[in-house]
Write a protein that binds this ligand. Structure first.
Ligand code: GTR
Length: 327
């Protein structure tokens, strides 16, 4: 091979490699949970699956532990087309998606299964269309179990125990009203600020599901966990419509398939992750107050007074009734 031919061959090879590299596209996925959380495990698995299904054309670049944004910021970035994918809790979407507000009403779902059936029906379609109007394609939902209150000083066992508490909540109008209705003071804070707020005394209560109660380390500070199960709102995986539109139909199909599969995978693991988290918290000193030890009728009676505020028209009322009636 002459020098010139050698250089030409080398250039062809570089160009060829360039083409291959250019075809492997990174999609950034923002997540607030730390490594080891069941959602992060699920997303890692989804990443390998996506690479396989897209034949190496797409790869997920997972930015977890809030490295890119807290959830309110992630949602704004998705809407603006500045972030590809985010896994967010529904509560954060409630200021934009009216359906989410209805879904966040306390004590609406009887069980996880009930929630999944509602999401799989007409209501799920309404959510997807509302998300699209805000620049997001809903790829899938993830289990988030039920949320319950935890406190630093004394456990919640009845309505009176809420009096005087400063309760951290997500950025959700429904939660704000719920806490006020129960006689406590709501404090809106991003997830990564909760532990410090407990330590400084800015708050003395918060609420979450068991895996997050434990993986966030909150269980070490707020040791009374009262299983009132006031909400069962899922997690959601969204992609900005801007990014979605740049994917080929085959790539969209691969991404959708990987997302759907990841949700099914996670649903199988969820119950176990709740059990393990509760066991760990208990073993390390948390006091778990079972629902049967809480005067639920007093609490629920107050909480459901919120319904009339959020069912502002007959269509909303019909939606809530349809959810309640879903078998
Ligand atoms: C968790 C949820 C997070 C975040 C957090 C919170 O259960 O997975 O996305 O919303 O709760 O309370 O901020």
């Amino acid at each position: 091979m002459t020098g010139a031919t050698g250089i030409r061959a080398l250039c062809a090879l570089v160009a060829c490699l360039g083409t291959v590299v250019a075809e492997a596209r990174d999609l950034v996925l923002a997540e607030v949970h730390p490594s080891g959380h069941i959602l992060v495990q699920t997303e890692e698995r989804m990443g390998s699956h996506l690479a396989e299904l897209s034949k190496g054309e797409l790869q997920l670049q997972l930015k977890n532990n809030g490295a890119l944004c807290n959830e309110s910021q992630c949602w704004e970035m998705i809407k603006a087309g500045k972030l590809d994918i985010a896994r967010i809790n529904f509560a954060e979407l409630s200021k934009d998606l009216p359906a989410v507000k209805l879904m966040s009403l306390p004590y609406l779902f009887r069980s996880r299964e009930h929630m999944w059936r509602v999401l799989g029906g007409e209501f799920g379609k309404r959510l997807a269309s509302e998300a699209e109007q805000h620049g997001a394609v809903l790829l899938t939902y993830y289990d988030s179990g039920t949320r319950s209150f935890y406190t630093t000083k004394k456990p919640i066992r009845n309505l009176a125990d809420f009096s005087g508490l400063r309760v951290r909540i997500q950025n959700s109008p429904v939660y704000k009203d719920l806490i006020t209705q129960l006689g406590a003071t709501p404090v809106v804070l991003p997830y990564d600020k909760v532990a410090d707020a407990f330590k400084s005394g800015e708050i003395d209560a918060a609420e979450n599901n068991a895996p997050s109660y434990v993986s966030s380390g909150h269980y070490k500070i707020a040791k009374y966990y009262s299983l009132d199960e006031h909400s069962a709102v899922p997690e959601v995986l969204v992609i900005s419509t801007k990014t979605w539109a740049t994917l080929s139909p085959a790539q969209q199909k691969a991404l959708q398939a990987a997302a759907t599969d990841s949700s099914e995978y996670m649903r199988k693991l969820w119950a176990d992750s709740e059990v393990q988290s509760l066991a760990k918290a208990k073993k390390e000193g948390s006091v778990i107050i079972d629902k049967s030890q809480i005067a639920m009728s007093g609490i629920e009676g107050f909480a459901v007074k919120l319904y009339s505020k959020y069912m502002t028209d007959s269509a909303d009322m019909e939606t809530v009734l349809a959810i309640l009636r879903t078998k």
